[in-house]
Design a protein around this ligand. Structure first.
Ligand code: CAA
Length: 382
């Protein structure tokens, strides 16, 4: 497999890096402290084409490939993983599905503003009693003339309080189990939508997460994606790509932790020399670099497979599993190398750890990734 980047991919990565360092990094500490959503940054990212990177220009997107998307998310997440996830959700959990399954009406009215960054999207699958076991949806959508009436509760919604549109799964036929789930585009402005309080989280504090109540929400029948009963398939296929985004976000955290550890270890002196001369530190740096590079190659493999129209479910889950482990491990080791300084806010590495943990939980826990990988392996061996 050829991992060489094209000139275009390099220039997209460099543009993302430049934006991350100059426009995102300076305010990242304050936003984390105050749990402040990066409105201006997201607006500018939209103008630069980063909110609908893989969407065709016909529908307001930038028409880039998945490899470029991974490179951009990594660069942004290196300085602020909250920005990384806001962007990732809009791109891969919302725009992707609207372009793949949406009607002309949906693409014109919802995809265009989302892909061009004028509006923000959120993905609503999880419920209080349906997290990893996502087939157990309780939210109902009952057809009533030209509308569906939606009732239920969604939770753990990234972008939930700031989103304009929700990509939402609900049961149109309970008797059919997961084959009775359908996907809708629901506007926040629809009557009966109740945006819950913002969760007070350990990390990714400048991205918002909330619950969403649906109380007799009237959704036009045109807002159904595809047809009734394919919502679970839509959600699963959408999450396959979403996992590449979260993997890239994790990679950004791992890489940033590694870079911070190298920098500090070269500056900090102990026992008469920089601590980077100590084997105890060198072994840690080597482990961090190996994990990060292995994750990078797996993520690129999943992105290349996706771009080439090959299977990528297993690779996406492998990439997310490894990259999220790398993010947590590298952040922990970066703190250890910084000693006491790593434990205080003055140095960024404590935030890296707080931001890293969620990557092993959302868009499928590490345990769910193992389940997906094992099922794919068993299918392949049949
Ligand atoms: N890709 C495509 N289709 C898939 C799939 C995948 N990765 N995984 C399952 N499916 C399909 C199956 O093929 C099957 O369809 P058919 O019957 O037509 O073949 C159907 O889905 C049901 O699958 P299973 O029989 O395997 O169902 P299961 O209950 O045993 O397992 C699961 C399903 C894999 C555990 C699934 O529920 C899952 O992925 N759970 C994790 C959900 C998740 O990632 N949630 C995160 C929510 S988003 C979020 O984090 C918030 C945010 O804002 C970021």
């Amino acid at each position: 497999m050829n991992f060489d980047l094209t000139e275009e991919q390099i220039s997209i990565r460099d543009a993302a890096k430049d934006f991350a360092e100059n426009e995102v990094a300076p305010s990242s500490v304050e936003r984390d402290l105050n749990s402040e959503f990066p409105h201006e940054i997201i607006k500018k990212l939209g103008e630069l084409g980063f909110m609908g990177m893989m969407v065709s220009p016909e529908w307001g997107g930038a028409g880039m490939d998945t490899v470029s998307y991974v490179l951009a998310i990594e660069e942004l997440s290196k300085v602020d993983a909250s920005v990384g996830v806001i962007m990732s959700v809009n791109n891969s959990l919302v725009c992707y599905g609207l372009e793949k399954w949406g009607s002309e009406f949906i693409k014109e009215n919802y995809l265009k503003p989302l892909a061009s960054g004028q509006k923000l999207g959120a993905f609503c699958l999880s419920e209080p009693e349906a997290g990893s076991d996502a087939t157990q949806q309780k939210t109902e959508a009952v057809r009533d003339g030209d509308f569906y009436i939606l009732n239920g509760m969604k939770n753990w919604i990234t972008n939930g309080t700031n989103a304009d549109y929700y990509f939402l799964q609900a049961m149109t036929d309970k008797s059919k189990g997961y084959k009775g789930i359908s996907t809708f585009v629901v506007e926040k402005s629809f009557e009966g939508i109740e945006v819950g309080k913002k969760e007070d989280k350990l990390g990714i504090r400048s991205s918002d997460t909330c619950t969403l109540g649906l109380n007799n929400v009237k959704v036009p029948k045109e807002n159904l994606l595809g047809e009734e009963g394919i919502g679970f398939k839509i959600a699963m296929e959408t999450l396959n790509g979403g996992r590449i985004g979260v993997a890239a976000q994790s990679l950004g955290i791992a890489q940033a932790s590694y870079e911070a550890a190298v920098k500090y270890s070269k500056q900090r002196k102990a026992f008469d020399s920089p601590i980077s001369n100590l084997q105890a530190i060198q072994f840690k740096l080597a482990d961090m670099a190996v994990m990060t590079e292995a994750a990078r190659l797996l993520i690129l493999k999943s992105a290349i497979n996706k771009d080439e129209g090959k299977k990528y479910v297993k690779e996406a889950s492998m990439g997310k599993l490894l990259a999220s482990q790398a993010a947590v491990q590298c952040a922990l080791e970066a703190i250890q190398i910084h000693g006491g300084y790593g434990y205080v806010r003055e140095y960024l590495v404590e935030r890296f750890l707080r931001d890293a943990k969620i990557t092993q939980i959302y868009e499928g826990t590490s345990e769910i990734q193992k389940l997906v990988i094992a099922r794919e392996l068993i299918k392949e061996s049949a």
